[in-house]
Design a protein around this ligand. Structure first.
Ligand code: ATP
Ligand code: MG
Length: 573
């Protein structure tokens, strides 16, 4: 491609709306543009990268025996009613109505639809196992669309679905997909970690997330260096040791705590460790008021709460002051488990039941209670673990200390079981002629999010540093002075030669200052660079890689060999 003809609106200024490197650089490099919040246009350079990522997904899915479909983005409400997810997805679902008042959504994912597609058409165990996929645009009205391609409201996903006769078959399919995902992310040159994930609204019990490591990732990972334990913070089990389980029970004492509304205040006022307090959190959860009591030195894991209550993510919100007053009789900050109104559902993290003589809110403004004990002073629904993992926690698998890191969730695999086949009534006949529900798995890769993840891992202050495998072009030839005939001629010659060898080449033949051209080429991140300048008359050019500061002068005839070398190094030839 000749850059004099190319649509590549690069920006010198950093767009104010962008915080992350990937967002800034994709905008600045003229690869994407925002239409509205969370909705992007892919410009030629950006779309080339997207297509390369798609192609890697496609090749690995095909190699794993999956077959490509293309389903519609438009899906009827009935399908989602059947699975119960019309409600569960809530406001995240883009909904629409046709001229006959029939309701639809723009698919946020396709479990229901794929199940409906194979229902009645795959009838026998002989047609199983089956694995099918698509690469398609998804729509989610995210609460906080942000970070460019990272969290869009429209994005491209590769989604695959497996159908098996039993759990054993599902486990095999899951492993095959896991390996295919390993290959996809390895080919994308991402540094990533596979971690246990929460299955949440998706259903099923087992899931894993593929996390591209990045300090700016929204995903939080707890992992152990000693064993292979790794889980998202949403999923990680918390081992919390209570150290005073054997203490003698003391008499409840009412203490005056004027204006002491936070755990920090209380900590100072009573000069007692936070771990001796029980913290109350009051929620509106799916139409009821729920009070949760946890050790005050810890945070609540809302995903664990949502899963326990079996409600949708959007159905959980903090209760307002009025509700708090109605169930506790006191202002916010003084809620506790003793003498709480029966209108509230009281959930207690199991660790609270082991702690002795704790301090809790007194359900009376400006008062707390000391020496409160579970069983003697209050009771409620005990929930095994509602805590959010934190650095330094004990590994639930081996007892070592857990570390915390951040990542970008680029892929997710789920063992779904029969949730969708049962709700949609998708059955096959087994060996004995008996009807059984398909045992399913689903597998997603965020194609556009992966593009952003690659940029997060491969950039510097000047721009993107694309790995060769996904670079929009392999080689860029910069003609320093287009008014100079020798330079222009040599540039053209090299351009044609590399094109004829099948490389994707950019020729910077623009009539611009050299500085502008060099800045642009750094920004757009083309991996292999050839600069045709003053020594063109001697058939000498400068050769360099975007990933290194080194520059060498070489005979122009050797450029093709050097390019080939890079392809061999990258395992592409
Ligand atoms: P998240 O927790 O980040 O919201 P998710 O669990 O909702 O992700 P899945 O439903 O598992 O995501 O979707 C499969 C893949 O699609 C994810 O692993 C991610 O790479 C990608 N993805 C999900 N939501 C978005 C989004 N809003 N923008 C871009 N990619 C997304
Ligand atoms: Mg999501």
């Amino acid at each position: 491609m000749r850059m004099s003809k190319m649509y590549m609106p690069t920006l010198r200024e950093v767009p104010a709306e962008a915080e992350l490197a990937s967002h800034k650089l994709l905008l600045r490099a003229g690869m994407i543009r925002k239409l509205v919040s969370g909705v992007y246009t892919y410009l030629p350079l950006g779309y080339k990268v997207v297509r390369k990522v798609e192609q890697i997904c496609r090749e690995e899915m095909d190699a794993a025996g999956s077959q490509e479909f293309l389903l519609s983005a438009i899906q009827p409400r009935e399908l989602w009613e059947a699975s119960g997810r019309w409600q569960d997805f809530g406001p995240e679902m883009f909904k629409l109505v046709d001229r006959n008042e029939r309701e639809f959504c723009l698919g946020p994912t396709h479990e229901e639809y794929f199940t409906a597609v194979i229902k009645d058409e795959v009838k026998s165990y002989k047609q199983l196992p089956l694995n099918i996929y698509q690469i398609q645009t998804k729509y989610r009205d995210e609460k906080r669309p942000r970070f460019g391609l990272m969290r869009g409201r429209e994005f491209i996903m590769k989604d695959a679905y497996s159908f098996d006769v039993d759990e054993e078959g599902l486990k095999k399919a899951y492993e095959i997909m896991w390996k295919a995902y390993d290959r996809v992310f390895t080919r994308l040159h991402l540094t990533y970690r596979v971690v246990q994930g929460d299955t949440g609204a998706m259903g099923g019990k087992v899931s894993h997330e593929f996390m591209a490591m990045s300090d700016v990732g929204e995903g939080v990972i707890a992992y152990c260096d000693k064993c292979d334990y790794a889980a998202t913070d949403e999923k990680a089990d918390v081992v919390y040791r209570v150290d005073n389980t054997g203490d003698e029970l003391l008499e409840v004492e009412k203490v005056h705590t004027p204006d002491i509304k936070t755990i920090e205040d209380l900590n100072k006022y009573l000069s007692m460790e936070k771990s001796k307090f029980g913290k109350a959190l009051v929620y509106n959860a799916g139409g009821e008021t729920v009070v949760v009591i946890i050790p005050a030195d810890r945070e609540l894991n809302e995903v664990k709460l949502i899963n326990y209550l079996k409600i949708g993510e959007h159905e959980l919100e903090f209760a307002d002051d009025e509700t708090i007053k109605a169930i506790s009789g006191a202002d916010k900050g003084f809620t506790g488990p003793v003498g709480l109104s029966k209108d509230a559902r009281l959930l207690i993290d199991s660790r609270i039941t082991k702690m002795k003589n704790i301090v809790v809110g007194g359900n009376e403004t400006d008062y707390h209670l000391k020496n409160v004990n579970y069983g003697r002073d209050f009771q409620g629904e005990i929930v095994d673990d509602l805590l959010l993992v934190e650095e330094g926690d004990i590994c639930p698998k081996c007892g070592e200390v857990l570390k915390i890191d951040r990542g970008i969730e680029v892929g997710n695999i789920f063992q779904l079981g029969t949730k969708y086949s049962e709700s949609i009534g998708a059955k096959f006949l087994d060996e004995n002629g008996k009807e059984e529900y398909f045992v399913m798995g689903s597998y997603g890769i965020g194609v556009t999010r992966s593009v952003a993840a690659v940029v997060e891992q491969y950039h510097d202050e000047d721009g993107i540093i694309w790995p060769l495998v996904v670079a929009p072009y392999h080689v860029i030839i910069t003609v320093v002075n287009t008014k100079n005939e020798e330079q222009t001629e040599l540039g053209e010659k090299l351009y044609k030669e590399l094109l004829s060898l099948g490389y994707e080449v950019l020729l910077d033949d623009r009539n611009d200052r050299a500085g502008v051209k060099f800045k642009d080429r750094d920004l757009i991140g083309i991996p292999i660079r050839v600069t045709v300048g003053k020594l063109a008359g001697e058939n000498i050019v400068e050769y360099s890689l975007r990933s290194s500061k080194e520059k060498i002068e070489v005979n122009a005839d050797t450029v093709k060999d050097l390019v080939l070398e890079e392809f061999v190094k990258a395992g592409l030839k």
